[in-house]
Design a protein around this ligand. Structure first.
Ligand SMILES: [Zn+2]
Length: 142
């Protein structure tokens, strides 16, 4: 039996794929589509919260140049966090080779913190994109 996913619009072949059926809305969806939707909702919420925080501290952008510099700085911070992840992953690998399970665990804990940090930085980047959009909207730029 086949039904249509209410999120991506593609077919769900119920004989091979897992499908969520929402009794309240009478909708069917791929499990991965529904998970993605709920993650997107959380990310949208996080970006709005970050934008509100930034707007309470700093004025709106005055120019496209200013918006671009802020975005570039935010991207650099994302890149720094990515570099930490790469270094820590290398450290994990070194300790796998030397069979030091204690240090492997410590590297893994560090990687989890790094993942959280990069998510925060990416969220700030996203929020600054929204802020740049607000600048263009105000300017009446198409
Ligand atoms: Zn789907």
């Amino acid at each position: 039996m086949k039904v249509k996913c209410d999120i991506c619009g593609k077919e769900i072949d119920l004989s091979v794929e897992i499908c969520n059926y929402n009794l309240n809305t009478d909708k069917s969806m791929h499990v991965h589509c529904q998970l993605e939707e709920s993650v997107k909702k959380m990310l949208n919420q996080a970006a709005s919260t970050e934008l509100e925080r930034a707007n309470s501290l700093y004025p709106q952008f005055h120019s496209a140049h200013e918006a671009e510099s802020v975005l570039r700085e935010e991207l650099e911070e994302c890149a720094d966090e990515l570099e930490s992840i790469q270094e820590t992953l290398k450290y994990l690998w070194e300790n796998i080779r030397s069979n030091d399970t204690g240090q492997q665990q410590s590297a893994l804990n560090q990687l989890k913190r790094c993942a959280e940090n990069i998510a925060i930085e990416v969220n700030q980047f996203r929020a600054m994109c929204e802020k740049a959009q607000a600048f263009y909207d105000k300017e009446g730029v198409e």
